[in-house]
Design a binder for this molecule. Structure first.
Ligand SMILES: C[S@@+](CC[C@H](N)C(=O)[O-])C[C@H]1O[C@@H](n2cnc3c(N)ncnc32)[C@H](O)[C@@H]1O
Ligand SMILES: [Zn+2]
Length: 270
């Protein structure tokens, strides 16, 4: 099933030779990497919304090196293999999204992100892995998803924003929502070097229309031996904006060890 809907008039989008179109003739061409741009220019609140290319490249470099592999395998394990349509919100450069497509070969996977450079990287990687056939990437906002009502049975949201009403609208009746958020110990060593007072991460509120069904935790030691990888970690986190050049250089030069701590929250639709 194709769950895409027109971002301008909400009618279903169907495939044609150039891309996808609705019955009213709104046409969205397929980019050469295979994704669709479903973020109408009038809905763009800035010239380049979402994460910047530099941040996305750093994330790609760090994730590809396998530092978040424990989270990736835990997520792959918990996905129901009966899933038909999975949506990954704020898919970034597609590390997790592409791994979901590998874990669920029978399902159709949708990855959306408001940052075009992210979606471009994600689609390119999916094409290179031969996953394109059951994966659709789109530039779109999680606050206004170009997907039909009730069309999705698993939504994943890893460190990305969303709007409860939109999650509820696109989610089918027996749907599962999986949210990944930082746990208490996550990068605590790094945060202690940066902030005078380390505040605990904010609790993730239960999205309206959902009920918490399960909570899992993934923890692992993080040892980063290469300075380039330490630089990548700094560049992909919001911390980087807060630190002075001297501290940044010191963190990159000196091997540091830290802890990964992810909280996986699993919700059912009420
Ligand atoms: C920290 S990154 C996480 C990316 C990916 N989920 C991962 O874990 O590798 C957050 C992502 O959310 C995206 N984002 C921010 N606001 C968004 C919105 N309104 N709609 C969709 N994506 C958004 C950013 O562009 C960025 O790629
Ligand atoms: Zn339309």
């Amino acid at each position: 099933m194709n769950a895409l809907s027109c971002p301008l008039c909400r009618l279903p989008l169907t495939l044609n030779t150039q891309g996808v179109a609705c019955e009213r003739g709104h046409q969205f061409d397929r980019a050469k990497e295979g994704y669709f741009n479903l973020l109408p220019v009038q809905y763009k609140h800035s010239l380049q919304p979402g994460d910047a290319k530099q941040q996305l490249d750093a994330r790609r470099q760090f994730l590809q090196a396998g530092f978040f592999a424990p989270l990736k395998s835990q997520l792959q394990k918990l996905l129901p293999d009966t899933a038909k349509n999975l949506l990954d919100i704020g898919c970034g450069e597609g590390y997790f999204t592409n791994s979901f497509a590998e874990a669920l070969p029978e399902a159709h996977i949708y990855g959306v992100d408001i940052a075009k450079p992210g979606v471009r990287l994600a689609a390119k990687a999916a094409g290179a892995k031969g996953l394109g056939g059951h994966l659709t990437y789109a530039v779109a906002s999680s606050f206004d998803l170009p997907l039909a009502d009730g069309s999705i049975d698993v939504i994943t949201r890893i460190y990305a924003p969303s709007k409860d009403a939109e999650l509820c609208r696109v989610m089918g009746t027996a749907g599962l929502l999986v949210i990944v958020a930082p746990g208490e110990q996550h990068l605590l060593g790094l945060r202690r070097r940066i902030y005078r007072e380390v505040r605990p991460h904010q609790q993730t509120p239960v999205p309206e229309g959902f009920r918490l069904a399960d909570e899992q935790r993934v923890t692992a030691d993080l040892v980063i031996e290469q300075p380039a990888m330490r630089a990548a970690l700094l560049a992909m986190t919001p911390f980087v904006w807060r630190i002075n050049q001297q501290l940044k250089a010191d963190l990159i030069d000196n091997l540091f060890e830290d802890r990964l701590d992810f909280s996986i929250l699993i919700y059912n639709k009420i």
